[in-house]
Write a new protein. Sequence first.
Length: 154
Amino acid sequence: MPQNPPHPVELDEYDRKIIAAVLADGRVTVTALAEKVGLSKTPCQVRLKRLIDHGVIRGFTALVDSAKLGMDHIAFTEVKLSNTRDEALREFNAGVQRIPEIEECHMIASSFDYLLKVRTSDIRRYRTVLGEKISSLPHVAHTSTFVAMETVKE
């Protein structure tokens, strides 16, 4: 079950500049970061650590070209559950975490309960993931699929 979000962390102009800079380049050195945001190295490092410690910056990751990995088939799957009580939602959420092909999972306020972003190598692999994994998740009553023809912005 979703938890209430923590209170927002107060951010100033420098914090926002730090966030923007690491979003643009997660491998930026602290020295280069300090230069970009207009601080000396130590205060910049302290601010960066505070943003990480408070969970504003949750981590650093690499962006990969999925097409070059042969994983450029994207489908969005609507999922309607047969039960939406807290325990059923927790069971479904836990199951989603175990399916690597599901890149994103969002609980939706709509005629369906969840929207999944699923990345596979092709439509045949997607069909297998849908039939053997997604449809077997706890409390799944119905699914509907939308296949992306082109990614314009990610």
